[in-house]
Design a protein around this ligand. Structure first.
Ligand SMILES: [Zn+2]
Length: 294
């Protein structure tokens, strides 16, 4: 199996996929419904999303497993189905990706914070281990620990994934722009703090997802590159910041706008580019065209 890091070392810029959550909502997922159970209840819909990103020229696609840890699934009474749900998620994306494209299993935050006394390190580790192993069993090539805001949780998730699977481990955090125009996660972590800690924790690839449109991601990549010149960097920008219109959240950065920032993202040091909330196969297709003009 080709490794993502080897492809990057050979000089390739890779294209990953776009949003899943907002896409599922468009396909009928209701507010308050568990997105991950759709791997079992609506596998065809999940497959269509995965396939639409492969058709849009993504090299790597995610899995519908962002909230597939024991703590999040417990909110829906599904905490005993972690393995079944993540296995199904990985198998669906693998089927869409075939042998030639890669799958990265999505792992999101647990919603529990160790510093607050919500959980112990062992409990967090165990939850991430369980999810990571099921995604690998469903034949994910890599794991993407994403939308992290707490360095401690990110570090434990990386450790659990590295120690219990052979998958390459990617970890991305979500930054927001402060009034001082600095970037910080909800827990106050800067891109430089992240770059140091996650590389030390053993991440193969680091980066940022969500929280920003593509333009602000350029500054985040630059800050990461000041700390570390070599670690591969993945960027999943939102289609701009969320706007509220007629009671609905909408994202207005269009595919051309997003594609117009690709050159600068690469120049700053990004190695894998895809999208987060509000991005569609059309966004990915335009990004792909920019990276590999036909
Ligand atoms: Zn997002």
């Amino acid at each position: 199996m080709t490794k993502i890091t080897e492809l990057i070392k050979s000089g390739k810029v890779l294209i990953s996929d776009g949003a899943w959550g907002t896409f599922l909502q468009e396909k009928g997922l209701q507010a308050g419904e568990c997105p991950e159970i759709w791997n079992i209840s609506h596998p065809d819909v999940v497959y269509d999303i995965a396939r639409s990103y492969i058709d849009a020229s993504a090299d790597i696609i995610e899995t519908n497993s962002f909230g597939g840890n024991k703590f999040k699934l417990k909110n829906f009474g599904l905490e005993n189905k972690v393995r079944e749900i993540n296995l199904a998620a990985a198998r669906i994306s693998r089927k869409a990706a075939g042998k030639n494209k890669m799958v990265m299993g999505s792992i999101g935050p647990t919603g529990k914070i160790r510093m607050m006394g919500d959980v112990t390190e062992d409990e967090l580790y165990e939850a991430f281990r369980e999810q990571a192993m099921a995604l690998e069993e469903g034949s994910a090539d890599a794991l993407v620990i994403e939308t992290m805001s707490d360095l401690d949780e990110a570090r434990i998730a990386i450790k659990a994934s590295k120690e219990n699977t052979k998958c390459e481990v990617i970890c991305t955090m979500t930054f927001e722009k402060t009034v001082n125009k600095e970037f910080r996660t909800m827990m106050g972590v800067s891109p430089s703090d992240m770059a140091k800690t996650l590389v030390d924790a053993g991440a193969d690839i680091i980066g940022a997802n969500c929280g920003n449109g593509s333009k602000d991601m350029i500054s985040i990549v630059k800050e990461i590159r000041q700390i570390n010149k070599n670690i591969p960097v993945l960027i999943h920008s939102n289609a701009g910041l969320p706007q509220y219109k007629n009671g609905k959240t909408v994202y207005l950065e269009n595919p051309d706008e997003m594609a117009s920032n690709v050159d600068e993202l690469i120049k700053a040091g990004a190695n894998i580019i895809g999208g987060c909330c509000g991005t569609t196969p059309e966004h990915i297709s335009k990004i792909a065209n920019r990276i590999n003009p036909t």
